[in-house]
Design a protein around this ligand. Structure first.
Ligand code: FES
Length: 106
């Protein structure tokens, strides 16, 4: 089962920064990079800091607590101390509106 929902207009998202979205019991970090939108789990896999509050460097977001960098396309950390990926969510921009999809294991 999956849930697809709108989070608003692309133009309202800050370019090059994160926004936290909570929906269907998921805490999601959404990043706009130009016309592209990426969404990963907001809780860092190391100690649950909010990745939406991290700083973006290209397509990596740096965890604000201990500095692990997570790729916003793959959810994979590419530096310690985090070693496990965070979830990745499907994003879509249609007519300027941004949609996320949460896939639930059935
Ligand atoms: S909480 Fe993110 S690296 Fe430790």
């Amino acid at each position: 089962m999956s849930e697809r929902f709108s989070i608003g207009q692309l133009a309202d998202l800050p370019d090059g920064a994160g926004v936290r979205v909570e929906a269907f019991e998921h805490r999601i970090a959404v990043f706009r990079i130009g016309d592209d939108v990426y969404a990963i789990g907001d809780r860092c896999s190391h100690a649950e800091a909010s990745l939406a509050e991290g700083e973006l460097f290209d397509k990596d977001v740096e965890c604000p607590r201990h500095g692990s960098a997570f790729n916003v396309e793959t959810g994979e950390p590419d530096s310690f101390p985090a070693t496990r990926p965070v979830p990745v969510y499907t994003t879509e921009v249609a007519d300027g509106e941004v949609f996320l999809t949460i896939e639930e294991a059935s």
